[in-house]
Design a protein around this ligand. Structure first.
Ligand SMILES: Cc1cc2nc3c(=O)[nH]c(=O)nc-3n(C[C@H](O)[C@H](O)[C@H](O)COP(=O)(O)OP(=O)(O)OC[C@H]3O[C@@H](n4cnc5c(N)ncnc54)[C@H](O)[C@@H]3O)c2cc1C
Length: 409
C-alpha cells in the first residue's frame, strides 16, 4: 500500500493537513463538498503558536502579503469604552519568536490551498464524502462526485469535515453538535469608508454583560473585521434548521439582524455604537459545539484521524479554532514523517495521545474566557480590577502561545 492520505473536507484543517502531509512525502487527495470555496467568513487572529508553524512551513512571505500585524490588543469596557488593559502583541516576536497576526479567513484558506497545490495535493471539489470503512490494511472513503458514487482506498483517512462532521458521527456515534447559546454577528468594512476616529489598526475587545465585540484589521489593514458575540436564544424555526444556518448567512433580514444586535449591545458606549452603525451587511452564525475532548479516541480510530473542528469545535473566545487545526496538521505530519503505510494506526495513536489534552484545554479555556468577557456583578468588578492592576500579564498566555506543535518528546 502506498503512503497516501485521503482528506474529507477542504477547510483550514483539510488544507493545512494536506499541505503538511505532502511535505512529508505522502500523496494527498482532498474531497470538498462545496463546488467553490466561499469568500464569506470571519476574520481570524493567529497567535505565535500558529504563525511559528506557518514560518516553519515557509509560508511567512505569503502571510505578510495578506495579514495585518497589530501592535496592541486593548481590553475595553463596552459601556464606557475605557481601556482596561493593553497587551502589546507586537512583542510576541521577541517573546515567542513569531508574530501575532490578524487576517481574513478566506486569505488564510487561500494561502494554504496555494501551498497545498504547490506540494502536489489533489483537491476534488463538489465531492461529498458519505462514509468511511476500514480494514486492518486500509481506509476507504465513499465519495459522491457528479452524481457518481466512488470508493477511494488509502492507508489513511482524515476527517476534516468541520463541526457537523458526518464521519465523526459515523465513527464516534456521539450525535449532532448542540447550539452553545452564543451567536456571532459579523461585518467587514473598508477602513477608507470609516470616519477617521473609527479606523483601527489594533485589536479591541469591548466586554459587556452577556456580550462582547471584537474588532481588528484584515487584508493588510485595509478592512476592519467587526464581530459581536452575544448570548442569546434562537427562534424555534432557526433552532430546527441549525445546520443550514452555519453559513454566515442565516435567513434573516438585515433589519431583524440589526434589531438583535442592538438588543445585545444595549448600553454600549457611543464610539462602539458609531462603529456598529458604520458597518453594513451584518451576517450571523449561531455557534454550535461539543464538550471538551474526553480522550485520545476522539482523535484517532484505526486508520481514521479527526482534526480541526471535526475533533474539537470550540467557542471563538480564545481565537484558536483555526490555530488548533493548524497545530493538528503540523503534529500529524510530524508523526507520519517516519512512518510507513503499515505503521499508520500506531502513528495515529501517538498523534492522538500527543494532541487531545492540548485541544481539550484550549476548548475549556475558551468557555472560561467567554464567562470572563461576559461577566456581570462581582465577577465583572474582579475582572476589571485585575485587568487594571496586572494588565498584559493576565492577557498573555504562555502555555498557549509558547507551545511547539509537532515537537516529539
Ligand atoms: C465568529 C468566529 C470567529 C473565529 N475566530 C477565530 C480566530 O480568531 N482564530 C482562530 O484560530 N479561529 C477562529 N475561529 C474558528 C475557525 O474559523 C474554525 O475553527 C476553523 O475554520 C475550523 O476549520 P475546519 O477546517 O476544521 O472546519 P471548516 O472550516 O468548517 O471546514 C470543513 C470543510 O469540510 C467540508 N465538508 C463538510 N462535510 C463534508 C463532506 N461530507 N464531504 C466533503 N466535505 C465536507 C465543508 O464544506 C468545509 O469546507 C472563529 C470561528 C468563528 C465562528
Amino acid at each position: 500500500m502506498n503512503r497516501h492520505v485521503l482528506i474529507a473536507g477542504g477547510g483550514i484543517a483539510g488544507m493545512a493537513t494536506g499541505f503538511a502531509a505532502a511535505r512529508e512525502g505522502w500523496g494527498v487527495s482532498v474531497f470538498e463538498r462545496a463546488a467553490a470555496f466561499s469568500e464569506v467568513g470571519a476574520g481570524v487572529q493567529l497567535g505565535p503558536n500558529v504563525t511559528r508553524i506557518l514560518q516553519a512551513w515557509g509560508l511567512d512571505g505569503a502571510l505578510k502579503q495578506v495579514a495585518a500585524f497589530p501592535t496592541d490588543l486593548h481590553a475595553r469596557s463596552l459601556v464606557t469604552g475605557a481601556v482596561l488593559a493593553t497587551w502589546p502583541v507586537k512583542d510576541a516576536v521577541t517573546r515567542y519568536g513569531a508574530p501575532y497576526v490578524t487576517l481574513h479567513r478566506a486569505d488564510l484558506h487561500g494561502l494554504l490551498m496555494q501551498a497545498a497545490a504547490h506540494e502536489g495535493v489533489h483537491v476534488h471539489s463538489d465531492a461529498s464524502v458519505q462514509r468511511v470503512s476500514q480494514s486492518p490494511d486500509e481506509a476507504v472513503l465513499e465519495v459522491v462526485q457528479q452524481g457518481q458514487t466512488q470508493h477511494h482506498p488509502a492507508s489513511l483517512a482524515v476527517a476534516a469535515d468541520g463541526v457537523w462532521s458526518p464521519l465523526r458521527q459515523q465513527v464516534l456515534d456521539d450525535g449532532l453538535p448542540a447550539f452553545t447559546g452564543h451567536i456571532a454577528y459579523r461585518a467587514l468594512v473598508a477602513q477608507a469608508n470609516l470616519p477617521m476616529h473609527l479606523r483601527r489598526q489594533e485589536v479591541s475587545v469591548w466586554m459587556g454583560a452577556h456580550a462582547h465585540v471584537v474588532s481588528y484589521p484584515v487584508r493588510g489593514g485595509e478592512f476592519l473585521n467587526v464581530v459581536c458575540l452575544a448570548e442569546g436564544r434562537l427562534m424555534d424555526a432557526d433552532a430546527k434548521h441549525l445546520k443550514a444556518l452555519q453559513t454566515w448567512n442565516a435567513q434573516k433580514s438585515e433589519a431583524q439582524t440589526l434589531a438583535e444586535l442592538h438588543h445585545a449591545l444595549r448600553g454600549a458606549c457611543t464610539p462602539l455604537i458609531d462603529l456598529m452603525a458604520a458597518c453594513s451587511d451584518w451576517r450571523l452564525w449561531p455557534l454550535c459545539g461539543r464538550p471538551a475532548m474526553q480522550g485520545s479516541h476522539e482523535h484517532a480510530q484505526g486508520r481514521l484521524v479527526l482534526v480541526g473542528d471535526a475533533a474539537h469545535p470550540m467557542l471563538p473566545y480564545l481565537a484558536q479554532g483555526a490555530g488548533m487545526a493548524i497545530e493538528d496538521a503540523c503534529a500529524l505530519a510530524s508523526h507520519l514523517s517516519g512512518s510507513s503505510a503499515v505503521d499508520v494506526p500506531q502513528a495515529l495513536q501517538r498523534f492522538a495521545h500527543a494532541r487531545w489534552q492540548r485541544n481539550a484545554r484550549v476548548q475549556s479555556r475558551a468557555v472560561r474566557n467567554g464567562q470572563i468577557f461576559h461577566a456581570t456583578g462581582p465577577m465583572r468588578v474582579g475582572r476589571d480590577i485585575s485587568l487594571r492592576m496586572m494588565g498584559a500579564r493576565v492577557m498573555d498566555v504562555p502555555w498557549l502561545y509558547g507551545y511547539q506543535a509537532g515537537a516529539k518528546p
